[in-house]
Design a protein around this ligand. Structure first.
Ligand code: PLP
Length: 462
């Protein structure tokens, strides 16, 4: 039996898949400050027009430029692997497959969109990109992409991760980027938060505000902002993962997949793997599709479906999504990449439709799963990825209890070799689990009642 199912470079997908036109009920449009749907031109100070076109594209398939593929070949097609040692350990009849996205130079799925974003910005004449980063995976991926394409890169890194993960900052510097802790003194948004909360651990919402401000205030007009998750074009670029996986499962002799799992922070690695399978589900396939989040930041499992801002300073358009509120400051759990207050609108609309079954896990259970993984399969996973593994183990155990042979596929979104402080805390018994209190949920979501209402539209088929 093959444990690594490889595709050749000539078999790499040559188009990205856009779920938006296939959704049975359409996405609600982003709204401007006046509560009216925004036009593409309103995004122009922030993103280059070629990426805005992808963001709003009604096309189901979008060609991947050859120059982008030439860069992706450095690590793609990524292998599909079978976790036979974990299967044996769990004594499960399930066959567990995973896409190994830890193969990329920065160590996660993030360069799948960092490279196209840097490439399209360069085509549009931009010289510099700004961004936020949570765990540091996205910042290092954009630093890597900018370095290959000769662009400058400025990263605002959430304070708690900046302190927990100094090596990520060094990686960004090796690739020539400039990385500062957020909130910083470099922007109005950062200075305002620091004045109110000098000891804040920071949040992705704050770092996004800073990065957008740094882009739109550049007097040269040659700077744009780049986002590592949430938006439609980011999810689009990640679908290369699921499209490769489909070809590889076929090579492995699988006729169908029963369960698809990914961790979800802003939704990009989950969507990248899952959306091509969501398309199958829309067309009648029976697949259980599970995005997994932390109990401490329960966006999909407990937050209301609302219109909310993507950042703390309320500079982004309003997006229709499940949201804990743009002012939400998540507790400093170790999966820094899963601490965003919102979730990708495309993922949210698929949840509203009933196409996905989100789950939330406590961090101790996730680290327990990560250790089981490391001690059976070998690799040390990113803390974010451990959430997917915890759900995979639960599904594989369920398959054993039901005596069912299931094919389970998940996204191994990144390695954890720069995230060892979380493992250290877990091994020392110092990690605490945290369930967001109802009062906090109410406190952070109450102000959203003053924003336009997001209607939950669904076809009722799932
Ligand atoms: C390894 C890894 N997995 C998952 C995520 C979550 O992001 P997303 O939901 O956009 O995939 C991150 C974010 O930083 C990450 O670094």
């Amino acid at each position: 039996m093959e444990v690594k199912i490889q595709l050749q470079e000539k078999d790499i997908p040559r188009q990205w898949y856009n779920l938006a036109p296939d959704l049975p009920s359409p996405l609600l449009p982003p709204l401007g400050p006046d509560g009216k749907p925004i036009g593409p031109e309103m995004l122009a100070p922030v993103f280059p027009m070629n990426l805005i076109e992808q963001e709003v594209s009604p096309k189901k398939w979008i060609d991947i430029p050859e120059e982008i593929l030439d860069i992706l070949y450095r690590w793609r097609p990524a292998p599909l692997k079978r976790a036979i040692h974990l299967e044996k350990h769990l004594n499960t009849p399930a066959r567990i497959y995973y896409k190994d996205e830890s193969y990329s130079p920065p160590g996660s799925h993030k360069p799948n969109t960092a490279v196209p974003q840097a490439w399209y910005n360069k085509q549009f004449g931009m010289k510099r990109l700004t961004t936020e980063t949570g765990a540091g995976q996205w910042g290092s991926a954009l630093a890597f992409a900018c370095s290959l394409l000769g662009l400058e890169c400025k990263v605002f890194m959430v304070r708690i991760s900046f302190d927990q993960k100094p090596f990520r900052k060094i990686m960004m510097q090796v690739w020539g980027a400039n990385c500062v802790a957020s909130p910083s003194n470099e922007t109005n948004a950062g200075r305002k938060v620091l004045a109110e909360m000098p000891n804040t651990p920071g949040s992705l919402g704050i770092a996004i505000s800073e990065a957008i401000e740094a882009a739109v205030t550049d007097p040269s007009g040659k700077t744009r902002y780049s986002l590592g998750s949430v938006l439609n074009h980011v999810l689009l670029h990640q679908t290369i993962i699921g499209l490769e996986a489909k070809k590889q499962l076929k090579l492995a002799g699988e006729k169908k997949v029963d369960t698809v799992i990914g961790c979800a922070g802003g939704g990009s690695n989950f969507a990248g793997l899952a959306f091509p399978f969501v398309a199958d589900k829309i067309n009648g396939a029976k697949i259980k599709i599970i995005p997994v989040e932390p109990t401490a930041c329960p966006t999909m499992t407990r937050a209301p479906f609302v219109y909310d801002f993507g950042d703390t300073a309320c500079t982004t358009p309003l997006l229709a999504m499940y949201s804990l509120g743009h002012a939400f400051i998540p507790p400093p759990i170790h999966a820094g990449g899963l601490r965003y207050h919102g979730m990708a609108p495309l993922v949210c609309q698929a949840i509203v439709e009933g196409l996905l079954e989100p789950k939330a896990y406590h961090q101790n259970k996730c680290y327990e799963a990560a250790l089981t993984w490391a001690r059976t399969e070998g690799p040390i996973c990113a803390p974010e990825t451990s959430h997917a593994i915890a759900a995979v183990i639960d599904e594989a155990v369920k398959a054993k209890e039901e005596g069912k042979e299931k094919a389970i596929l998940f996204n191994y979104s990144g390695h954890g070799l720069m995230d060892l402080s979380g493992y250290d805390a877990y091994l020392a018994g110092k990690l605490t689990d945290y369930e967001l209190p109802d009062e906090d949920l109410k406190k952070f979501t109450a102000p959203l009642q003053n924003l336009p209402k997001a209607e939950m539209k669904k076809s009722g088929k799932w």
